[in-house]
Design a protein around this ligand. Structure first.
Ligand code: URA
Length: 283
């Protein structure tokens, strides 16, 4: 089943949710929106005034700032998914309370589980604390955590998280803007080095060559097999990933292979594998 109907189902539930008091004063629920197959998922805190009026995340002043940071980082808003921990606006834009987060966060968890983003960018203290702790990692302060990439495990899969400042904090203190831009500048690099990309690159490379009638050995892909069997993919350490054979350095990108590729008129092999990453090469 494609992800969109599953996300729509959550959105419908959110719209009629009465699990905490926030729904009482809110005009609209803000379930979250974006690409159902996003590799990047942004998590904010809770809707503000404009979001409450429109039912869409990050469309007010903070949203404008976020759009500009995304643009500078070369990330298109339509390619990502944006959600919040709390789906209804808290009165006077206060932070959501622990019991409200507890009531509402399962919707976000389900969205993460469906989308399986390669990286989650948590915006600000509340969302960073929530998602890092969910992944079994420690959260100290946003100033300390921001810009760092954390690998953890949550919701039955590996999860990669990079906290950054909340756009509203940047509006309040413009000096943080450059730092936020620097953090966002890292996101695409993280995707480029992810094992998923390496595997996908290898597979498209191998299949292109096969289609062109060239002899090509397709490396075994345990993640794809796991997926076919309906199992959750898991994060592998760099070593485990190498051992799995899905992205063996010497097979995929050794110098000799590069020379061989060139001589045979094949496409160059994928870049070296650095990352430990969610293994899921089915799409
Ligand atoms: N701030 C958030 O945390 N989320 C929004 O959707 C808008 C502002």
């Amino acid at each position: 089943m494609s992800n969109q109907p599953l996300l729509n189902q959550i959105a419908e539930e959110v719209k009629t949710c009465k699990k905490c008091v926030l729904c009482k004063r809110a005009k609209n629920a803000v379930p979250g929106e974006g690409n159902p197959n996003a590799k990047i998922m942004l998590i904010g805190e809770a809707p503000g005034k404009r979001e409450d009026l429109t039912g869409r995340p990050f469309v007010g002043a903070a949203g404008k700032l976020l759009d500009s940071v995304l643009e500078k980082a070369g990330i298109r808003r339509e390619d990502i998914f944006i959600g919040n921990i709390a789906k209804h606006r808290p009165p006077d834009n206060r932070a959501p309370k622990p019991d409200e987060i507890e009531a509402c966060a399962p919707y976000l968890d389900r969205q993460i589980k469906i989308i399986k983003p390669e990286i989650i960018v948590s915006l600000g203290t509340h969302s960073s604390k929530y998602i890092l702790e969910k992944a079994g990692l420690e959260f100290t302060t946003i100033s300390e955590a921001r810009g760092k990439v954390f690998d953890g495990s949550a919701l039955g899969a590996g999860i990669r998280i990079m906290p950054s400042f909340h756009p509203a904090a940047v509006i309040y203190n413009r000096k943080l803007g450059k730092t936020m831009e620097k953090d966002f500048g890292k996101i695409r690099k993280e995707l480029r080095y992810s094992a998923l990309n390496i595997v996908v690159t290898h597979y498209s490379y191998a299949h292109r060559n096969q289609e062109a009638g060239k002899e090509e050995k397709v490396l075994p892909c345990p993640f794809f097999q796991e997926r076919q069997e309906g199992k959750e993919s898991k994060v592998l350490s760099g070593n485990e990933f190498d051992k799995s054979g899905a992205g063996r350095k010497e097979e995929a990108c050794g110098k000799n292979n590069k020379r061989k590729d060139k001589a045979a008129g094949n496409n160059p092999r994928p870049a070296p594998l650095y990352a430990r990453k969610r293994g899921d090469c089915g799409d």
